[in-house]
Design a binder for this molecule. Structure first.
Ligand code: ZN
Length: 285
């Protein structure tokens, strides 16, 4: 069923596709002068099960690994799906990771099709086991890399004439269901948007020492915020805006300098002081 390939290629970047690129067959329809597909439909054996399908390509000579819909698929827990893809990213020595997500609005001022580049999050998921090996203490200050966010902002301005917000707090729920009106009302004043995917990606990126940023686009009003949302509008956004989201992500990678990092992300991962405690416990079985 799987053509397993554990020869994991080195990649400078990773792009975790979400609902914004799902309909675009990313990045195949965007092969241009500087986009080359190197390997397609590759699966890897990981300690957490067989990975989702990856594509390996270059844009402007920068190597990128990408997978669809955060690696989610039936029969695999979302925690395991995330660990599979980040284990692969660690083996590939990925240093910068971009993701994209369709999100619901909580902030009363937001409308469908607004773009937000979140700068913080609130984790309301109940997912467990979202680490790879627990070797590090993860400081979640500036969890969304300020430098990557700036690159995303510049590329968003180049391609999008609508409203772009360079900050916002993303509440992350467990899904797959959406939130109730009472839950959205509780979140008002605490978060601007609600998503199901920023966590645990943000923790795992820090654990592997990579920068992480996310491009969120509003696809529906949170329940009780304004009008009842329309499933047709959501579907239209997924299909109509796939090219826009793809253009922004590829342009962001195109413009980033590989070797110069101006952020503090790697210094926010510390060797855990509890390592000896864990070792002692596991030695004693
Ligand atoms: Zn960074």
């Amino acid at each position: 069923m799987y053509d397993l390939n554990n020869d994991i290629p080195l990649a400078d970047f990773a792009i975790i596709g979400g609902s914004g690129t799902l309909s675009s067959n990313f990045p195949f329809n965007f092969e241009g002068t500087d986009i080359k597909i190197l390997k397609k439909d590759i699966f890897f054996n990981t300690p957490y099960g067989i990975s989702p399908k990856f594509i390996y390509f270059t844009v402007n000579n920068k190597s990128v690994l990408t997978c669809k819909m955060h690696g989610w698929r039936s029969g695999v827990s979302r925690a395991d799906a995330s660990r599979q893809i980040f284990w692969v990213f660690r083996q590939a020595k990925v240093k910068r990771i971009l993701s994209e997500s369709g999100v619901g609005s909580i902030n009363y001022l937001l409308d469908p099709r607004d773009l937000i580049i979140p700068d913080d999050y609130i984790d309301l998921s109940v997912r467990k086991d979202v680490m790879l090996d627990g070797r590090y203490l993860l400081v979640m200050r500036e969890a969304l890399c300020p430098e990557l966010r700036n690159y995303l902002l510049s590329s968003s301005k180049k391609y999008f004439n609508g409203r772009i917000f360079d900050r916002g707090i993303c509440a992350v729920t467990d899904g797959r269901h959406f939130e109730s009106p009472a839950e959205i009302a509780m979140l008002k004043g605490h978060a601007d948007i609600v998503s199901q995917s920023l966590v645990p990606e943000v923790y795992l990126a820090r654990e592997i020492g990579a920068c992480y940023a996310n491009l969120s686009f509003v696809v529906n009003y949170g329940e009780g915020i304004k009008n009842s949302w329309s499933h047709d509008t959501m579907k239209d956004i997924f299909y109509d805006d796939a090219k826009l989201i793809t253009d922004i992500l590829l342009d962001t990678v195109r413009n980033i300098s590989i070797n110069v990092k101006k952020c503090n992300c790697t210094s926010l991962r510390k060797e855990t002081l509890l390592k000896d405690v864990y070792n002692e416990v596991s030695d004693k079985g």
